[in-house]
Design a protein around this ligand. Structure first.
Ligand SMILES: Nc1ncnc2c1ncn2[C@@H]1O[C@H](COP(=O)(O)OP(=O)(O)OP(=O)(O)O)[C@@H](O)[C@H]1O
Length: 921
């Protein structure tokens, strides 16, 4: 080997060595680098897997390959273990809990498979509650380790609107979803409770063809694609009507407190094409969405971009037919239920339509007005009850803060009384007497309200009735008394509200839950009588009516006035302050002026036994026509009353009955029964005043001047009844022999009365002197003498109470005018002494004079103070002016009614009815 070769070899080998060394060095570095890279990759994989979830990561095509690499086995395994742990709670309980939940709040057709109900019309009337959720399909949680399935349901009706978005490919699925939901709704409730409106931007017919049989029963309305505004207008009108009519303030929706619907639900389905609606439609839709739920309007909007400011549930259906919804969130995939079988759907709808027609054609009766269970409703916010039916559906009357008072009109025989019976029965069946009190006044000649009070033939009475007034047509004062009572009650409530720092009855009831604050409904039939004359009564009634009508609303006091006489109403059209409060108008056939004429003439064409019920002061859009069932026939109201009477609380008092044709019995009067000896100055009862409590006209016999009583009038009977009532009430306040009674009868026709009274007083244990014309002179001389002796102090002891009852005082005038030859004092002088000084000495005269002038003749000229109280019968008002205030001028006498005035107590006179003092026992 040459040296050159050798050198080359050496060089080469040293290069080799170098290469090896370099290679060795390089190899180390790259191993380290590979290791580092592998670690880094595992970290990154972990971050990615944890970040998007192992389930998604495995489905991700980019990651899937990497995850298969054994290098990452441990990370994948750990992620899977962690996922199972994380989902354990959900996997063990979640799907079952959801299934249970849906079962609980969505029973029946709301969630069951269609085999169990499709084709059978529903029976639910919403009183037992409304399903909160409605099934749309089956859900799975995509990321869960084992894909468990659970039902998915969405809130509808009163809770939320529904918005469905689909793609071109999934639009049929959207339509299937909507149809299924509608069938669930329609089949759950009794036919008629759900009305469907369909609008499809693209087609007049075609959307939801399976539901078409519903059209003939009026349960489905298909709207013209070009006329969306008409549908939206209709819905807006409906919302407005419901708000003014049925939603008495505080009711959250169109359900009465017992849950029964007062309005059907209206489901409006709008199919769009993914393009925005015109601006004005969009705005109108937003308004309907905002206010619709409470008025029973449910929107189902498909493929229309909307933003609404109210609860709305969204279902989004992807092109691959899977869906997500806001109810379950983005992690749940919903497989929508397939559409119900094509053939069954129209058949089911036909069955619903038939059932609906059957209901509609059924002649609804009084019994149909009544709730299934009596006395379940709460009147805090108002009272509402059906009064009749329109095509089988109930039509309601509501009285509350927003519709406070009702006006009913219709000519004679048109059925007003029957309407009142229907309304009162329907109300009384729903609200217990603690929730609703009735004051019932009937000015009609006849006794149509007598039914409500206990009678001889029918001893039952309506437990809600606190007052029943019949035959009051001549006693218009009774109407005033009722209004005054209501005004007082209104003030009492306002005071209580003020104390609790609230303004309305509803709030007062909340603040004072134990208080007795029922709604008060006062009915005045033929109320025009009340305003029939230009007199004091009309003036008072007008003023009180205005007060109650204006301020009663917030205190839960409601007036229902009915009239056959148009003039009775016409007289008030000018008084807008009163009549604008009567927002509820009820017009029976041919009623005039009750509705807002001339625009609203609906009553003209009304068939027999129908009524227009209008909660909007009678303007046309508020009209609801109802057929009113017969509520006065035997077996209707009377039967209900018997049942309510049976259920009445045991301590409930009978209603006060004011019957203008009856004479009040003294012995039965609470004011008389309450009298007893030894209670201070005696009280004299002169008759019954016309008030709500049926109280007595009272005069107190204090020992002060003027405490004598005069009765003025030509008829012995009237006068004798007043004197007898007075004497017997005095007798009741004295022990036997404690007081002295002297009866002087100076007119022939009064003798039977005087003798009867004498006997009654003796029967009560009292000493009675009964004398005639021949004894009068001695009597007055004797009494005057005793009184004078007492005044001058000749007799030490105070005198015993002495009541001198004189029938026809004026008959003795000539006789008494003669003077005593020795003393030169006349009998008239003596009588004047008795009248003047008697009361201070416990001697009181109760006398009957047969005319005002005759009374004046007895008294000292121009000085009438000694008669402090009087009752006048057939004496014209102007003749009484000397004895009372100028209001007496208005008095026009009528049979068996007296005008009573007590100078000490009254600012104005009162009308009294003399008592029947009964037979002598
Ligand atoms: N809805 C109805 N269905 C059947 N019969 C009815 C109905 N409404 C009223 N009637 C009958 O018609 C008659 C007159 O009715 P109602 O007494 O209620 O009328 P009204 O307007 O009060 O008349 P009036 O003022 O003359 O008393 C009664 O015999 C009543 O039974």
């Amino acid at each position: 080997m040459s040296r050159r070769d050798e050198r080359r070899k050496r060089i080469e080998s040293s290069f080799e060595e170098f290469r090896r060394a370099v290679a060795a060095a390089l190899g180390n570095a790259s191993r380290e680098q590979r290791q580092l890279a592998a670690e880094r990759a595992r970290d990154m994989v972990e971050v990615m897997v944890r970040g998007q979830g192992i389930d998604r990561a495995k489905e991700d095509p980019l990651l899937a390959e990497a995850l298969a690499n054994p290098l990452f086995r441990q990370q994948v395994a750990q992620a899977l273990i962690d996922r199972v742990a994380a989902f354990r709670d959900w996997s063990e309980h979640g799907p079952d809990a959801l299934t249970g939940l849906v079962d609980a709040v969505a029973d029946g057709p709301a969630s069951w498979p269609h085999e169990r109900w499709l084709g059978t019309p529903g029976t639910a009337d919403a009183t037992e509650g409304v399903p909160e959720l409605w099934r749309i399909g089956t859900g799975t949680v995509r990321s869960a380790p084992e894909p468990q399935r659970f039902p998915v349901a969405v809130p509808l009706l009163d809770h939320a609107h529904l918005h469905v978005s689909s793609t071109y490919e999934s639009r049929p699925a959207a339509e299937g979803l909507v149809e299924n939901l509608l069938l669930r709704l329609l089949s759950h409730f009794q036919p008629g409770l759900v009305h469907v409106h369909v609008w499809d931007v693209g087609q007049l017919t075609g959307a939801l063809p399976g539901l078409y049989p519903l059209t003939r029963a009026g349960l489905l309305t298909v709207h013209d694609p070009a006329r969306l505004h008409e549908l939206l207008d209709e819905l807006s009108d409906h919302i407005r009507r419901v708000h003014t009519g049925v939603l008495v303030e505080g009711h959250q929706s169109v359900t009465a407190a017992g849950g029964r619907r007062t309005e059907p639900w209206r489901v409006a389905v709008l199919f769009g094409n993914r393009q925005a609606l015109r601006e004005e439609h969009q705005q109108q839709l937003q308004r309907v969405a905002r206010n619709g739920l409470a008025a029973g309007i449910q929107l189902v909007v498909v493929d229309i971009p909307v933003t609404v400011n109210s609860p709305i549930e969204t279902v989004t259906i992807a092109a691959d037919q899977t869906a997500t919804c806001t109810m379950t969130g983005k992690h749940v995939t919903v497989a929508l239920d397939p559409p119900f079988p094509r053939a069954l759907v129209p058949r089911a709808c036909a069955a619903i339509a038939d059932k609906r027609d059957e209901r509609r054609n059924r002649l609804s009766t009084f019994a149909d007005l009544l709730p299934e269970q009596l006395w379940r409703e709460d009147s805090s916010a108002g009272v509402v009850a059906p009064v009749g039916f329109l095509e089988g559906e109930p039509v309601h009357v509501a009285l509350g803060d927003t519709s406070p008072h009702a006006l009913i009109g219709g000519p004679s025989g048109s059925g007003k009384t029957n309407f009142l019976y229907a309304m009162l029965g329907s109300l009384a069946a729903r609200y217990e007497p603690d929730e609703l009190e009735l004051y019932l006044l009937d000015f009609k000649e006849g006794v149509s309200f007598a039914q409500f009070a206990p009678g001889r033939k029918d001893p039952t009475w309506l437990p809600h009735a606190r007052l029943v007034g019949v035959n009051v047509n001549t006693d218009r004062e009774f109407g005033v008394a009722l209004l005054a009572f209501l005004a007082d009650e209104m003030r009492r409530r306002a005071d209580a509200a003020k104390r609790h720092e609230v303004t309305k009855l509803e709030q007062l009831r909340e603040e004072d839950p134990l208080g007795h604050w029922p709604r008060v409904v006062a009915v005045i039939d033929e109320f025009q009588y009340l305003f029939g004359e230009r007199d004091q009564v009309t003036a008072q009634a007008t003023q009180l009516l205005e007060d109650v009508a204006r301020r009663g609303r917030s205190q839960g006091i409601h007036l229902v006035l009915s009239s056959q006489d148009v003039s009775g109403i016409e007289g008030f059209w000018g008084k807008s302050a009163i009549f604008e409060q009567f927002t509820v108008r009820i017009a029976l056939p041919k009623a005039r002026r009750v509705l807002a004429e001339p625009q609203n003439d609906a009553a003209v064409e009304l068939p027999r036994w129908h009524a227009v019920v209008n909660h909007e002061s009678g303007v046309r859009p508020g009209n609801e026509v109802a057929r009113i069932p017969d509520a006065t026939a035997k077996g209707t109201f009377d039967k209900l009353q018997a049942e309510l009477h049976r259920r009445r609380p045991p301590d409930l008092a009978e209603p006060i009955l004011f019957d203008g044709s009856k004479v009040p019995a003294l012995q039965a009067l609470p004011d008389f029964r309450a009298l007893a000896p030894g209670a201070g100055n005696p009280t004299v009862l002169l008759g019954q005043v016309i008030d709500v409590a049926g109280s007595a006209a009272k005069v107190r016999f204090a020992r002060t001047p003027g405490r004598n009583i005069a009765v003025l009038g030509s008829l012995a009977e009237d006068a004798a009844d007043v004197l007898a009532g007075a004497a017997l009430s005095l007798a009741r306040q004295h022990e036997p022999n404690d007081a002295q009674f002297t009866l002087a009868c100076l007119a022939e026709d009064a003798w039977p009365h005087a003798e009867k009274l004498a006997k009654q007083l003796r029967d009560a244990g009292h000493a009675v002197d009964l004398l005639g014309l021949d004894g009068i002179r001695t009597l007055v001389e004797g009494v005057a003498g005793r009184i004078t002796a007492s005044i001058t102090g000749e007799t030490g002891a105070p005198l015993q109470p002495h009541y001198v009852v004189v029938y026809a005082v004026d008959a003795a005038h000539t006789l008494l005018e003669a003077k005593n030859p020795t003393t030169r004092v006349s009998g008239v002088d003596n009588l004047r002494t008795v009248l003047k000084h008697g009361p201070e000495n416990r001697t009181h005269v109760l006398g009957w004079w047969r005319g005002a002038q005759r009374l004046k003749n007895t008294l000292s000229p121009g000085v009438y103070d000694d008669i402090g109280a009087w009752v006048a019968f057939d004496i014209q008002g102007k003749e009484l002016l000397s004895f009372g205030p100028e209001q007496v001028m208005a008095w026009s006498p009528r049979p068996r009614r007296g005008l009573f005035f007590d100078r000490f107590e009254h600012s104005r006179p009162q009308v009294v009815i003399p008592f029947d003092t009964g037979e002598e026992s």
